[in-house]
Write a protein that binds this ligand. Structure first.
Ligand SMILES: [Ca+2]
Length: 301
């Protein structure tokens, strides 16, 4: 526990430097262990490679510069590409060189090239295959990228219904989406008892009674899945009654919780251990979010 808090505090210190980022697009990265190491963080769109366009490559350079090694790393050490007959290809992602087993999706659609354009509010998800031999990792995603409960009563249970889908191909090799059954939901990296049904649907209860921002993801024991991500923000109104919930439903990704939004959540969570999940995880998760980077317990080799 002490260690987790110390880590969170260290990351919080980083926030002083990262809150100035101007949110233009969002990036998520998962590593070779299937762990989300950057969770839908805002990235300023910058032409890092100087080709005159804003592309996947530019966003990945920025993401590594800003978030690798708890914000102390650089794209130079942790990200690399090589030119090939098919255009530039990734040879290193999040410090991992595995012979080219990487993938990236833009707004849940498979990217074709590192030269694919990225525009305002796009969500780029890049991942290292955990199965670099057979590429069995399936890209999965929830139907809602972000979700906000605003003004929920203190005694009301916030919950969210999500649908988990996987990107797949039909018999004609046309891209299709299929529901992911039997996946266990995680909240801030902690497993829950919530499991997706045969239609990929699951209702997830969140800690109530306090403000919070939560990373919802999933793991599967039967399939190798790229961890999906939904950010949920809960704002408690002490004056509200049960019927006053302003359920904002599916939010545009521009409404993804930003660093300033969780300051209060971080404070209020310290004195409120009454949650459905391990409190340490919740505090660490929120503190990490406040730091401007969801870098959750990156285990370096
Ligand atoms: Ca560029």
């Amino acid at each position: 526990m002490k260690k987790l808090i110390a880590t969170a505090a260290a990351l919080a210190a980083v926030s002083a430097f990262s809150v100035v980022a101007f949110a233009d697009a969002y990036v998520t990265i998962s590593d070779e262990t299937g762990k989300i190491v950057v969770a839908m963080m805002p990235i300023e769109l910058t032409d890092n490679d100087g080709d005159g366009n804003i592309t996947v490559n530019d966003v990945l350079i920025s993401a590594h510069d800003e978030f690798y090694a708890d914000g102390n790393g650089s794209a130079e050490e942790s990200y690399a590409t090589v030119d090939s007959d098919y255009g530039p290809m990734i040879t290193k992602l999040w410090g991992v060189e595995n012979g080219g087993a990487y993938g990236y999706y833009i707004n849940n659609v498979a990217g074709m090239s590192l030269n694919d354009p990225i525009k305002d509010n796009d969500h780029l998800y890049a991942f290292v295959y955990t199965d670099a031999q057979n590429y069995s990792d399936k890209y999965t995603y929830f139907d809602l990228p972000t979700y906000t409960y605003d003004g929920i009563a203190p005694d009301t249970q916030p919950s969210i219904e999500l649908h988990l889908s996987a990107a797949a191909f039909d018999e004609n090799w046309s891209p299709v989406t299929v529901p992911v059954e039997g996946a266990t939901i995680t909240i801030n990296d902690e497993k829950t008892d919530f499991v997706t049904d045969s239609t990929g649907t699951v209702t997830v209860d969140l800690p109530g009674g306090r403000d919070g921002v939560y990373i919802i993801s999933a793991v599967s024991e039967t399939e190798t899945i790229v961890p999906p991500i939904t950010l949920v923000k809960v704002v408690v109104d002490e004056e509200a009654t049960d019927n006053d919930i302003e359920d904002n439903g599916a939010q545009e990704i521009t409404d993804a919780p930003e660093t300033g939004d969780v300051d209060a959540a971080t404070d209020s969570s310290k004195g409120s251990p009454d949650t459905g999940i391990a409190d340490v995880a919740a505090v660490a998760g929120i503190a990490v979010l406040a730091a401007g980077a969801f870098i959750v317990a990156k285990n370096r080799k």
